[in-house]
Ligand binder design. Structure first.
Ligand code: EVA
Length: 605
């Protein structure tokens, strides 16, 4: 059971939502003694920092950027008098990777996991018609018992350092919006929608959870604001005649309105934009509204200059414009659930999203994609701590599905990225993770996980769990790059022939392929890292994709260059972007645009 409502904060006739974004007081807690020093009553110093944002890239001291441990935020928040008698919450879009929330010195709640929202119920603690001191302790240490996985080491001088088992910078802090919200004591808590389409008529089955027993009614408005259907009761169905379907890159959004009332008195009202569409996997096809779709697009990151992993509304807009320009129709939220506003935008723009939980680094080693080929035995899922990790992982899946299930853009769940599946110990773990996703998602969307390079047919013990087989492959980069690319192609085809021979009758999607490329480098003839090589690599890869009928999608790694931990394999970040970190095209962008604008939506359908 969910601890709190995951519905996006919204003002309606009965609800209020005030953004707390802006400058917050901020300090690092180098000794980790904030509580002893009474930080919950007020933090140290006068420094202020923007929310939402990662804290790391504002400062000029390396010690701050690399800081691992507790950081503290503080804000004075006014709670209106007229909210007395309502439920009052603070709502954090995310706090990476864990947080404790204090109001007026009292601890209200804690939350584990850095990429999903949570509420702090301050109904009882808040002082009404007065300012309240909100203090948040955020901790960014990595462990193997929470996702994403990694470790925290202590340097000889006593400073802590993050050692991620994954390839992106450990950005953290209050990276998403914070809201102060008020809802009636009896309120809409959650809802599930499922769709059936027959001919021009759609049936929307709905299931609504409220915190009380009063009557519920629902109404559906079309884009002109006209009522398309309505019904009464917490559970039921809406019949929509001449339904406008939500289509790829041609979205139609209805407004779904839920009301609780007591006779003529409105108790609560909530509304959300929804899209009528079905999604399923049939044989080797991914079907949207019964028609086959071919995925073109990216593995992305929430990552940009200055704000790091912080949600930035302008960066989001630019990213969607670039994705449209290049002819993409999809992306994977590698390697964590993104900010909610991004799904709202994908709903509006008609993009297909593979929604990924932050289960990355379930393979011991920072550059695991390098070591995957060495045969090194890691047996990640045989650790004593595995049950603790599994619990956190399942909770994150529950929160992700609760948060994202009513977005038409979400067409599949990615439940892990590149786990160690070479050992039988992974099997019971997968069973649980795939089981819970199926149970919780009423739309029964396809489930997948991204297979690491060594997860080939005779090694991987878990691909049978996937409804869509998602491959991360780097033939021509980590395997036989440069002048050896012709051999890379042979090995690539050999692997695909082996998959083909299994006759799985499932769609395959490439969720990663790519080559690091410096936006500044040109070389004729090509060398690895030059823009010419990225093009050469893509030509080879695209030819391979085109020769296998069961490949139903290509999502290149990565949309844009992004920050990673420093090291000899990364030149101030991962440079596999088709765009630079500043969102300007590399040569490869034009090559992909040419291909993707020509490929029909039902390619190989
Ligand atoms: C890479 N490879 O090497 C990417 C990583 C990514 O950034 C992977 O899933 O296999 C990972 O996170 O560029």
């Amino acid at each position: 059971m969910l601890e709190y409502s995951m519905l996006y904060p919204k003002a309606t006739q009965t609800r209020r939502a005030i953004s707390l974004d802006g400058m917050w007081k901020f300090c690092l807690d180098k000794e980790g003694t904030g509580e002893e020093k009474h930080f919950p009553d007020g933090i140290l110093g006068k420094d202020v920092i923007p929310v939402p944002a990662s804290f790391q890239d504002f400062y000029t001291e390396k010690e701050t950027r690399e800081f691992t441990g507790d950081v503290w935020y503080e804000k004075e928040v006014f709670v209106p008098e007229e909210w007395k008698g309502k439920k009052v919450f603070l709502r954090f879009g995310a706090a990476t990777h864990r947080a404790a929330v204090f109001v007026n010195g009292r601890k209200i709640t804690e939350h584990e996991g850095g990429f999903l929202p949570f509420l702090a119920d301050i109904t009882e603690t808040a002082c009404y018609n007065a300012f309240n001191k909100v203090v948040v302790k955020v901790n960014n240490e990595l462990t193997v018992t929470n996702i994403p996985c990694g470790e925290t080491i202590t340097l000889p001088d006593g400073r802590k350092m993050s050692k991620p088992y994954f390839d992106f910078f450990n950005y953290s802090g209050l990276q998403r919006s914070v809201y102060l919200i008020a809802v009636p004591t009896e309120y809409v808590f959650d809802f599930d929608l499922t769709y059936q389409i027959s001919g021009r008529t759609a049936e929307i089955s709905y299931d609504i959870q409220t915190t009380g027993g009063h009557d519920v009614s629902v109404s559906l408005l079309d884009e002109d604001g006209k009522e398309a259907a309505s019904a009464k009761g917490k559970h039921g169905a809406l019949e929509v005649k001449d339904a406008h379907l939500w289509q790829v890159r041609n979205a139609y959004l209805y407004r779904f309105i839920v009301r609780i009332s007591d006779g003529g008195n409105l108790i609560d009202e909530y509304e959300q934009e929804i899209g009528i569409r079905t999604v399923e996997v049939k044989g080797a096809s991914i079907l949207l509204n019964g028609s086959p779709v071919y995925l073109k697009g990216f593995g992305k990151h929430e990552d940009s200059d200055i704000v790091g992993r912080g949600f930035h509304i302008g960066v989001m807009k630019r990213d969607f414009e670039l994705m449209k320009w290049i002819g993409a129709n999809s992306f994977r939220t590698a390697h964590y659930p993104y900010s909610e506003e991004i799904y709202q935008m994908a709903d509006r723009e008609g993009f297909l999203v593979i929604d990924e939980v932050a289960a990355v680094g379930l393979f011991e080693s920072l550059m695991n994609f390098m070591e995957a080929n060495t045969g090194k035995k890691t047996a990640f899922f045989e650790k004593e701590t595995t049950p603790v990790l599994l619990k956190a992982h399942k909770k994150a899946i529950e929160e992700m599905i609760a948060r994202d299930k009513n977005h038409p853009c979400v067409i599949a769940w990615s439940l892990l990225n590149e786990p160690d599946t070479s050992n039988e110990a992974a099997v019971p773990y997968f069973k649980e993770v795939f089981g819970i996703a199926h149970e919780l998602d009423k739309q029964k969307r396809p489930r997948t996980f991204a297979l690491i390079m060594n997860s080939v047919p005779d090694v991987c013990k878990c691909y049978q769990f996937s409804d869509i087989i998602a491959l991360n492959r780097y033939y021509g980069w980590y395997v036989k790059g440069g002048y050896e690319i012709s051999e890379a192609e042979q090995l690539f085809r050999k692997e695909l022939d082996a998959w083909k021979a299994l006759n799985l009758d499932k769609p395959f999607v490439f969720t990663e392929y790519g080559a690091d490329t410096l936006g500044t480098e040109h070389k004729l003839p090509s060398v690895m890292w030059s823009q010419e090589y990225q093009d050469e690599y893509l030509k080879m890869t695209n030819e391979v994709f085109d020769s296998y009928a069961f490949i139903k999608g290509e999502q290149i790694w990565n949309f844009a260059d992004f920050q990673t931990t420093e090291g000899i394999l990364r030149v101030n970040g991962n440079k596999k972007g088709v765009f630079t970190r500043q969102r300007q095209p590399k040569d490869a962008a034009y090559l992909l645009k040419k291909r993707w604008t020509k490929l029909p939506l039902d390619y190989k359908g």
